[in-house]
Design a binder for this molecule. Sequence first.
Ligand SMILES: [Zn+2]
Length: 375
Amino acid sequence: MASRSTKMPDDFSIYYLLKGVLPLEAPEEPVDDESREETNPQCQGLTGLRNLGNTCYMNAVIQCLCSVSPLVEYFLSGKYVASLSKENGEIATAFAYLLNDMWLGDFDCVSPEVFRLVLGERYPAFIKKTQQDAQEFLIYVLNELHEALKKTSKRRNPGTSSSSWESRSCVGESSIITRLFEGHLSYDVMCIECQTTTYKTEIFTVLSLPIPYETECSLEECLECFFQQDVLTWNNQINCSSCGMKTDAAVKASIAKAPKMVIFHLKRFDCQGSYKKKLTTDIYYPLNNLDLSPYIYPLFRKNPKYSLFAVVNHFGDLDGGHYTAFCKHTLTQSWYNFDDSRISEITEPEVQTSAAYLLFYSSQTFSMPVKNYNG
Ligand SMILES: [Zn+2]
């Protein structure tokens, strides 16, 4: 294997380029010299990320996104350029450059500094050298990429008139993010007084699951807890439009549209007022054949089976701690532990730990991202 180097973190030319005119082309192809041809494909995507001072939350999430092959291919191939919005395309462009560096296979380690600076202009919390929540960071990044890359079509709302479809896909907004990660939840809300049921739809890119037990449980038990019927009382009572009363209601969620990739957020951080606690429950999650069909609305059930491809881990307590990522490599199908700049291969049983915080599942098998796009 050709020896790899560390990309210097002070390469700010891209940053100034972003601040000026947005590039209209895909990131430039590296010079096709001999060393490039020797790049081992098994190194591609196996690139560490420098810690810029408590930025492990950011690094762990970026590594997981970097293992979503269709997303990587969309950026590496330059397809994203056609959809890029001029007003807020900086974050998506910086993300494309970062993925490109991570997938060249030339560097042991790269710095996410430019991506962080561009993101920090909109969300100053990410510039601070303090630990942030990886789940919040993931949602910000997915939202920003969606906003930068969305296409709005003029097609009519396909929802029926009896339900209030509030999803952005129904107003005709689609992007690589909605196509890969967006699912729909349907809530049946039944008035306890007159038994009238109304329906509500909500979109999700990350499902936040409650943890029903203290010491150990399965992911399926977390899912059952999330999808079980709940009763809305007190402050959560509904104003029933059928009987006109303010009443308790029975509510049950189900999946109306299952996403291709489903991301679960395990709610380990339990904060109620001043009471804060991290749940260290050992949660058993399957590596393959996760069946979501029990939670999918019968009409839309297609029995997709999901396989785990990435995990964000959180070690330590609430206010500090450390994040790492486990990702499955597309080509070798081996699992790797990404701990900032350090990468090590791990075995399948090692993927199961009580530190798991975000779980990334896919219903499709990934192929190696194709870099060249001639279309
Ligand atoms: Zn009613």
